[in-house]
Design a protein. Structure first.
Length: 374
């Protein structure tokens, strides 16, 4: 009896050991394949290099990351090939619809004036399919830029019917964007493209690359005529340069040069696609260190947008802040204090979000468009 119990115990221990071994192997395999994603998350979360000192440089260990990248590239290539194939099939169908049938040519029968005409036997043949090429549309001649009508007092940009607005930013924009998009749609029938994403900025393009996202979006959405940008709190940290390189210290000359270049890359895309820009500077924060960093970044946004003849607006006056002041509330026109910031001292209440949305709207002129509602 004791031997039987001992056997069952041993069997149970062996089963538990196998399960533990399987869990360990699976965990290591997941880390091996997703090492780059884990490293990027760690950098963005703790703002320092998270590579393992020895293991991170091992060719066998790096093979896992390379394999994941290769699989991702193969997936993207496969999807691209499917899209191209679909386009080719569509073009072939369109071209085949241009084929029309013409009757066979009627043979010419010679007629002699000195003899009565003889009725000719004209053979009847089946119609002949003839491919008729569709004439190509003439290339549009380059047009001279159209002079913009004078803007209304207080506005800096204008939108017309059919224009769209591109909303870019982090969790600050995520709160404001729905109100702004809703007002644009309901009042002026202006559509928005909202790609705001929390925990993003310009300091960690490996985690999320805003310049690249802006370039792709402006290329694929030709109706965008205005881009509104609102970000900053995720950026005042040391910045990674690349694998194996030391981080750039926040506010150092090298850090600032790199950060300005990323601002410029977004503004370059706007200029290339003839898109107006309103860059919203982040407001003061509850924590003095973060608030000072926001003031520094806002200075960079204001300087670079000015160089590109685009438009900068600070969120501070909207919330009633002067200099480096901070308050969770704002006194409204009726003398009542309303809460505009949530308890983390960074984000906004619904009231704060709507105030910033309305400030952005006040900078936009809508010539020729009728307001349909509020």
């Amino acid at each position: 009896m004791q031997a039987s119990n001992a056997g069952r115990l041993l069997s149970s221990q062996l089963g538990a050991a196998k399960a533990f071994y399987a869990v360990v192997i699976t965990t290591l395999l997941l880390f091996w394949l997703n090492q780059d994603s884990i490293s990027l998350y760690c950098q963005q979360k703790y703002h320092q290099s998270c590579e393992l000192p020895v293991l991170g440089q091992s060719p066998a260990w790096r093979m896992g990351g390379n394999l994941t990248h290769a699989l991702g590239d193969a997936r993207d290539s496969f999807i691209d090939s499917l899209e191209k194939r679909s386009e080719q099939v569509l073009v072939a169908k369109v071209e085949s619809s241009d084929t029309v049938e013409l009757p066979a040519p009627i043979p010419v029968v010679p007629v002699h004036l000195d003899k009565p005409p003889v009725a000719a036997q004209v053979p009847v043949s089946k119609p002949v399919a003839v491919k008729v090429a569709t004439p190509a549309a003439p290339a549009a001649a380059p047009t001279a830029p159209v002079a913009q009508a004078p803007l209304q007092a207080g506005t800096v940009v204008s939108l017309a019917a059919g224009d769209e607005v591109f909303l870019v930013g982090d969790s600050l924009m995520q709160g404001v964007a729905p109100h702004l998009a809703n007002s644009l749609r309901k009042r002026y029938q202006i559509k928005s493209v909202n790609l705001s994403k929390q925990s993003t900025g310009l300091a960690y393009p490996g985690f999320f690359n805003w310049p690249q996202t802006v370039a792709k979006t402006l290329e694929s959405e030709p109706n965008i005529r205005l881009m509104v940008i609102f970000l900053g709190p995720n950026d005042p940290w040391d910045m990674p340069q690349g694998k194996g390189k030391p981080f750039l210290r926040f506010k150092s000359p090298e850090w600032e040069v790199t950060y300005r270049q990323r601002i410029d890359s977004i503004l370059d895309q706007a200029r290339e696609h003839n898109v107006q820009v309103i860059w919203v500077g982040p407001p003061n924060m509850q924590k003095p260190k973060l608030s000072t960093a926001m003031a520094y970044l806002s200075g960079l946004y204001e300087q670079q947008t000015g160089l590109y003849q685009q438009h900068y607006v600070s969120a501070n006056p909207v919330l009633g802040y002067n200099d480096d002041s901070f308050s969770y509330t704002l006194q409204n026109a009726q003398g009542k204090r309303i809460k505009t910031r949530v308890d983390d001292g960074i984000h906004f209440t619904t009231t704060g979000q709507k105030l910033i949305s309305e400030r952005i709207l006040s900078l936009i002129a809508f010539p020729g468009l009728t307001v349909t509602g509020h």
